[in-house]
Design a protein around this ligand. Structure first.
Ligand SMILES: Nc1ncnc2c1ncn2[C@@H]1O[C@H](COP(=O)(O)OP(=O)(O)O)[C@@H](O)[C@H]1O
Ligand SMILES: [Mg+2]
Length: 241
């Protein structure tokens, strides 16, 4: 479903953010991308979201060559297929919670009544219904992230992408978001998740990919009891192609 092939992303300065990586992800997988700061995790997510383009290589999602999309097509692709969750929520502070959640459906041209019904369902499911008419600034971090998850799910995305979704949350709120992502995966949602949070990775993900200096250094399975097992491939020194 998601295939990055021989992907390199270079900036003018410095070593490549991603250095010739190839990764395939199947529908229904929940993949945690791990690695130190600067290892290329967000770059990888942005390439899959079509928010950035590789310097060389291809990014294919559900048969769509995301690396070739222009700006308008890329926005349409995200609206139709991708749900995005960020560390700092990225809610619009001058829209109510309900209107934030409705926005993706409005942009997609969904009928008002259907969209409102779905938004109400999502807010209820995520336990933030009572804040529907409030502005995001009044909510706690955990509540804001749940609203952001509702917004991300609004258009029934085939793929949920989350970049450090618990990175700005206290322990209790982090736990809520962790549970939520784990439930979504159990319901069959395909998820790619960038995180420093090993608890999140092992709770929610069925697979972990480690990046270092823009290369894949390990690609392992997470077992039902939360252990990570390597897949036996040798990712050392350029052999991981
Ligand atoms: N817009 C940019 N311009 C120049 N360098 C960038 C840019 N974005 C990211 N980088 C560099 O690419 C590397 C990987 O960044 P990133 O993917 O954000 O890492 P991570 O998310 O793992 O912390 C880093 O060295 C970072 O400095
Ligand atoms: Mg990052």
């Amino acid at each position: 479903m998601i295939e990055l092939r021989d992907v390199t992303r270079r900036y003018d300065e410095g070593p490549p953010a991603l250095d010739d990586i190839s990764v395939s992800i199947a529908p229904g997988e929940a993949v945690a991308i791990l690695g130190p700061s600067g290892s290329g995790k967000s770059t990888l997510l942005n390439l899959v979201a079509g928010l950035d383009h590789p310097t060389t290589g291809t990014v294919t999602v559900d048969g769509v060559r995301v690396d070739r999309l222009g700006e308008a097509a890329s926005a349409r692709y995200r609206r139709a297929r991708i749900g995005l969750i960020f560390q700092f929520f990225n809610l619009l502070d001058d829209l109510t919670v309900a209107d934030n959640v409705l926005l993706p459906a409005q942009l997609a041209g969904t009928g008002r009544a259907d969209a409102e019904r779905r938004a109400a369902d999502l807010l209820a499911r995520l336990g933030v219904s009572r804040h529907a008419d409030a502005y995001p600034g009044r909510l706690s971090g955990g509540e804001r992230q749940r609203v952001a998850v509702a917004r991300a799910l609004m258009n029934n995305p085939a793929l949920l992408l989350a970049d450090e979704p618990t990175g700005a949350l206290d322990t209790a709120s982090g736990e809520e978001v962790r549970k939520l992502l784990t439930e979504l995966h159990a319901d069959g949602q395909t998820i790619i998740l960038v995180t420093h949070d090993l608890t999140l990775a092992t709770a929610c993900a069925t697979r972990t990919i480690r990046l270092l200096d823009g290369r894949v250094t390990a690609d392992g399975r997470v077992t039902a009891d939360g252990r990570v097992t390597a897949d036996g491939r040798d990712y050392a020194a350029g052999s991981g192609r």
